[in-house]
Design a protein around this ligand. Structure first.
Ligand code: TRP
Ligand code: ZN
Length: 506
């Protein structure tokens, strides 16, 4: 380019050359953006780099809540960087970038601002090492007004949505940047440490503590990465019939909820096999479930490969609905993630629909029956119909409407495009977007492509318009013949499950 311009410059080319030169100058090293551009959480995630792996190596003392250790991040610069941010709330002792000590400052709103000694080139491989030691439960460590770290009588739970990472490891904290994870935590003897994926080793240390090392080999969201530290009985390490490592753990004080919890969680591989018939191959390399003591967590979360459930889900007896819900998130939420938190119904609507499908498989009510019963049972003047599943706002991100109206939206779609196209879509969507993230607009486009129909009116009505849709999820014919049908057998269990799940967001 330079050579050519020297000899053949026309005046137009000269202008272009100037423009190019200027834009090259503008792309000189600059700070990475402090956020990934999420509409609800502008400071979540960061610009200027892309993480491929986290190596989190910590020591945790349940008595003092002291968490200390080192997180090593492998990343690539996606722009020329003079400075970049990580999302982190704890006090930092040192930061190194490619082995050189870097300057750093921590802001009140959870940004760790790192300035390497020399600018980083576009495309450069980065090894970022952060050392820290702090108490995550410190009430001053809040995002959006609350501290997401949970201490328990015997340990702690690093489990929350949409944010948990900033309380225990520095990260690019947004679903648009997934990575693989090694999570290793040393804790006192008698205390278990659970996390995602496979248990690589349990090593006895010279001080008598045990170091637990876990590895998750498929792309994973920061909020789907968890640790549970505490007294867990009955740690069961086995293999599923199709050969996947399978680890469950039950908290030490579940009382009467222990047996119903086991009667539900121990069926995880069966539920997963069923979901595979609906959504295609299970996207991850391990399975399991962790049940916390009653009320400790208050909800359940789709932590990758191994969801965590509060014991309260099993208060009324076994509950495989919640297992179907959380395992469905492995496809919808974990493997295919929201592009922005506005897209949350793509997680919760599908997980709800999976509960409907599981109910049908068990002869306890079909999706059509469940969606219709829901629709009929919520009066038009209920506040429920005022929340837009397609854009609920950060305060209503986990409202019932995101779950139930989201599920009804899928039934309305099925009514419009027919069973064959709908079944195709349930497989094609998680296949096309596997290990990636996606928007509602992309889902609508795929639904239109698979069905050959124009569907924006349907989605506008169900996702983006306040008020009860005039025509129910099974169409006009069902609406005309609507004699409030008998309550499907699974209805109360699903309702109770959603009440607990949706409550978590409040
Ligand atoms: N996404 C979780 C589920 O549906 C539930 C949930 C909603 C949640 N809001 C939360 C979990 C807040 C933790 C924190 O299974
Ligand atoms: Zn859910």
């Amino acid at each position: 380019m330079r050579k050519l311009s020297r000899f053949t410059l026309s005046s137009a080319a000269a202008v272009m050359a100037t423009v190019l030169f200027t834009s090259t100058a503008a792309a000189a090293p600059s700070p990475g953006a402090p956020g990934a551009g999420d509409p609800y959480y502008p400071l979540d995630g960061n610009g200027g780099y892309d993480v491929s792996h986290y190596d989190i190596r910590l020591t945790y003392n349940p008595n003092s809540d002291l968490l200390s250790g080192t997180t090593t991040i492998l990343a690539r610069a996606t722009q020329e960087l003079s400075q970049f941010n990580l999302d982190f709330l704890l006090r930092v002792n040192s930061v190194r970038v490619n082995n050189a000590a870097a300057r750093f400052t921590s802001t009140d709103d959870g940004e760790l601002v790192v300035t390497p000694t020399r600018p980083l080139a576009l495309g450069a491989n980065l090894t970022i090492v952060v050392q820290y030691s702090d108490v995550p439960s410190n009430p001053e460590y809040t995002l959006n007004g609350f501290n997401a770290w949970t201490r328990t009588p015997t340990g702690a739970l690093a489990i929350n949505e949409p944010q948990i990472a900033p309380w225990w490891y520095p990260s690019n904290n947004h679903p648009t940047d997934k990575a693989t994870f090694d999570v290793s935590v040393a804790a006192p003897q008698g205390v278990e440490v659970l996390s995602n994926g496979n248990l690589i080793s349990r090593q006895q240390m010279i001080n008598g503590w045990i170091r637990w090392s876990w590895r998750s080999l498929r792309p994973q969201n920061t909020y789907n990465t968890f640790i549970v530290v505490g007294q867990y009985d009955d740690l069961r390490i086995s293999t599923t019939p199709n050969g996947q490592p399978y680890i469950n753990a039950y908290a030490n004080d579940l009382g009467d909820n222990l047996d119903p919890a086991r009667a539900s969680i121990e069926r995880t591989p069966e539920v997963t096999e069923f979901l595979e018939t609906q959504f295609g191959p299970y996207p991850f390399e391990a399975q399991g479930g962790v049940v916390t003591n009653n009320g400790e967590l208050g909800f359940a979360l789709e932590t990758q490969t191994r969801p965590v459930y509060d014991g309260l889900f099993f208060r009324r007896g076994s509950n495989t609905s919640v297992v179907a819900h959380e395992m469905a998130h492995m496809w919808f939420g974990d493997s295919v993630s929201v592009h922005g938190w506005t897209d949350i119904w793509l997680n919760e609507g599908f997980a709800t629909y999976a509960e409907f499908l599981w109910s049908e498989w068990n002869g306890e009510g079909t999706p059509a029956e469940l969606a219709q019963f829901l629709y009929d049972s919520i009066p038009a003047d209920s506040g429920f119909w005022q929340v837009l599943p397609g854009n609920p706002g950060p305060d209503n991100q986990f409202d019932d409407a995101v779950y139930d109206r989201g599920g009804m939206t899928l039934q309305a779609l099925r009514t419009a495009i027919g069973d064959d196209a709908f079944r195709q879509l349930l497989r094609d969507w998680p296949t096309a977007k596997r290990y990636s993230d996606a928007t509602t607009a992309e889902f609508i486009a795929m639904a239109e492509a698979v069905s050959g129909q124009q569907l924006d009116e349907l989605f506008d009505t169900w996702l983006f318009t306040a008020g009860k849709p005039e025509v129910g999820p099974n169409g006009a014919v069902a609406a005309r013949t609507a004699t409030v049908a008998a309550e499907p057998k699974s209805f109360q269990k699903i309702k109770y499950t959603h009440e607990l799940l949706a409550q978590a967001g409040r």
